[in-house]
Write a protein that binds this ligand. Structure first.
Ligand code: GTP
Length: 325
């Protein structure tokens, strides 16, 4: 079985870091968010097709250097962004029936094996994993009948128009016939333009009650990192040699943090330097980033090779080596 993974977005809400690399490669709890998403795939899925676009070559190079375990990866890149539906249509040739559809920026403990079994038991055309949230405005919202069949699906509704609090969690199973319903050769929003029209064919909702976070903004990305660490998916969480404070801290190779202090929930990429007397908590520092001595870093996303001044106080910031907005 194959999974089609949508990886073509610009990640505008995570700029300026996403000027340098696609958001799917931002490490949280020790590895790129994309790889945490792939970890959820059950063993019967043996191939992932990446629908890429923005910075496709960076994704390709990373995957070649770090091939995911148990999965063959093929990538199909868009020269112009085709949206979620256009990306599916462009990459979906030979995807097989059914296939798994994944957003690549959603962190959860989704039970995809359970989702597949549910899909099969219903003889469904499609099945969306649903998660319950208070504020449905940024998401697609489903109204279900007593048999869990989706009767209405509204993308990004105003609160008064939201038919429930159950949202499309960015994980689904679809018959490959759904690809025929996607117009070709132009950008298409799958959720807005295609999903509502598929409902008469039998599309179901599988309610997931575990943790879930859309890691598309800095605050939510850091919340997703905390969820992963709390679930034990961030590795052993020991402190870098010679540092003190509170883990979990996930760190790469060549890190120098002697004399630094950590609060909980930190990822340090390869070759990160945290100088003496600096304090870092609830943050991500990517490869080659440097925190000057005595600086304090809290709730920050720090891009590759960015340098934070000694004795500075950095709270809730997103920083890149070459600042651009
Ligand atoms: P923002 O620019 O911050 O909104 O992020 P984004 O561009 O990733 O958009 P969004 O979070 O809405 O995207 C949801 C999922 O669809 C993510 O996994 C994106 O990578 C993916 N996606 C969005 N647009 C495209 C596209 O044009 N082509 C492909 N292949 N994937 C897309």
């Amino acid at each position: 079985m194959k999974a089609l993974v949508l990886i073509g977005g610009f990640g505008t809400r995570l700029r300026p870091v996403t000027h340098e690399l696609p958001k799917q490669l931002i490490p949280i709890a020790g590895k790129p968010m994309l790889y945490h998403v792939l970890d959820l795939l059950p063993r019967e899925v043996d191939e992932a097709v990446f629908a890429t676009g923005y910075k496709a070559e960076v994704i390709d190079a990373y995957v070649r250097a770090h091939p995911p375990l148990h999965l063959t990866v093929t990538t199909v890149s868009e020269s112009e962004p085709l949206g979620t539906g256009g990306g599916m249509r462009n990459a979906g040739d030979g995807i097989g029936d059914p296939f798994i559809l994944l957003n690549s920026d959603v962190i959860s403990d989704a039970d995809i094996g359970g989702l597949l079994a549910f899909h099969r038991s219903k003889g469904a055309f499609g099945t969306l994993l649903l998660h319950e949230v208070d504020d449905t405005r940024p998401y697609g919202v489903a109204a279900l009948n007593g048999e869990d069949r989706i009767e209405r699906f509204v993308e990004k509704p105003e609160p008064a128009d939201a038919p429930s609090h159950w949202i499309n969690a960015g994980v689904a199973v679809w018959s490959e016939q759904v690809l025929q319903a996607i117009p070709q050769g132009r950008p298409v929003s799958f959720e807005r333009e295609v999903v509502p029209g598929t409902l008469p064919k039998g599309v179901f909702g599988f309610r997931s009650t575990g943790y879930w976070e859309d890691a598309g903004t800095p605050e939510r990305l850091l919340r997703a990192q905390r969820l992963l660490f709390d679930d034990g998916r961030g590795g052993p969480g020991t402190l870098p040699p010679g540092s003190q404070g509170l883990g979990p801290v996930a760190f790469g190779t060549g890190v120098d943090a002697r004399g630094a202090e950590f609060g909980p929930y930190v990822t340090l990429g390869d070759r990160v330097v945290v100088e003496r007397g600096a304090h870092v908590e609830n943050s991500v520092l990517m490869d080659g980033a440097v925190v000057g001595s005595g600086a304090s870093v809290e709730g920050c996303l720090v891009g590759p090779n960015a340098r934070l001044a000694a004795d500075g106080r950095f709270v809730g910031a997103v920083m890149a080596a070459t600042p651009r907005t």
